[in-house]
Design a protein around this ligand. Structure first.
Ligand SMILES: Nc1ncnc2c1ncn2[C@@H]1O[C@H](COP(=O)(O)OP(=O)(O)OP(=O)(O)O)[C@@H](O)[C@H]1O
Ligand SMILES: [Mg+2]
Length: 269
């Protein structure tokens, strides 16, 4: 399913516009990363897509259809979102209940529900915690459960709003692998909102937001090269990209000199 913002203006209050005349089209089946400093409008974009807030003017279209209060319930069934703070999305007494919650809203038959819970809990490595109380989980474990709950709904659009912020590096890699597989096998439209530039290299497209405006839009290779704009947008450049640019600007005769330079740069950072 495609997602399109057409001249969208939105503010939480009349005085401050978070987005002004905003335009963006995300194609069906695309995996898009959205990055930007705190308060740049990333979560606001996500909320507009899933209809948690409504545009003041302009249109937010899903599959070419403008979202309205009348049709939003129907579209919500096709979209899943994992929010920044996993504490806000727990409702059940056990992890199992929590994963089941979304499925119940989708009227999934019981037999199928049990299979899906087991499958998605395993996908996020939480299969041993199905009977645990979600309140007693660590932040990263809560995020895993929240991810399983949304994946289990098998929606066509999935939005991860900093959904891996509490995971350790290995956990983050595993979740990204899962997301990549989903995309490859099921052609979902995926939006990854993140502060972790290492995550964006897996996307088809990267969008950089600054003060509610798109300042960069391209493939990860194109976007991550734009050091100046990234820094102006309050984003740190990935170490390896910094290394590449340092090496590009230096004069190295051979492999040994390159290795030495890499060591020195690693400790200089
Ligand atoms: N519920 C709200 N009421 C009023 N203003 C809000 C609300 N939520 C966000 N804002 C404001 O809207 C702007 C954009 O916020 P948003 O949450 O979209 O940023 P973000 O890019 O997701 O930031 P972060 O990286 O911190 O999650 C900010 O200036 C913020 O203060
Ligand atoms: Mg946010």
């Amino acid at each position: 399913m495609s997602i399109e913002f057409k001249n969208v203006t939105f503010g939480y209050t009349k005085e401050i516009e978070v987005l002004k005349d905003f335009n963006l089209k995300i194609e069906d089946g695309q995996m898009v990363s959205i990055i930007g400093h705190n308060g740049s409008g990333k979560s606001t974009l996500a909320k507009l897509i899933v209809g948690l807030v409504e545009a003041c003017s302009g249109e937010v279209c899903i599959d070419g259809v403008n979202l309205t209060p009348e049709n939003i319930d129907e579209f919500r069934l096709k979209m899943g979102i994992i929010f920044q703070n996993p504490d806000n999305q727990f409702v059940g007494v056990t992890v199992k209940d929590d994963i089941a919650f979304g499925l119940e809203n989708h009227n999934v038959p019981r037999e199928e529900m049990i299979k899906k819970i087991a499958h998605y809990a395993k996908l996020v490595n939480m299969e041993d915690y199905l009977e645990a109380n979600p309140e007693n989980l660590s932040g990263g474990q809560k995020q895993r459960v929240a991810i399983a709950g949304v994946l289990a709904m098998e929606t066509e659009i999935i939005i991860f709003d900093e959904a891996t912020s509490m995971l350790d590096p290995k956990g983050t890699k595993e979740i990204i692998e899962t997301i990549k597989n989903l995309k490859r096998n099921e052609n979902k439209t995926i939006i990854m909102i993140t502060h972790n530039l290492e995550e964006v290299v897996f996307s088809d497209r990267v969008i950089v937001l600054n003060e509610g405006k798109i300042v960069l839009d391209g493939t990860p290779k194109e976007v991550l090269r734009k050091r100046e704009i990234l820094e102006e947008s309050g984003l740190a450049v990935i170490d390896s990209i910094q290394l590449i640019s340092e090496i590009e600007s230096s004069n190295l005769p051979n492999k040994q000199a390159l290795v030495e330079a890499l060591w020195e740069l690693t400790f200089a950072m």
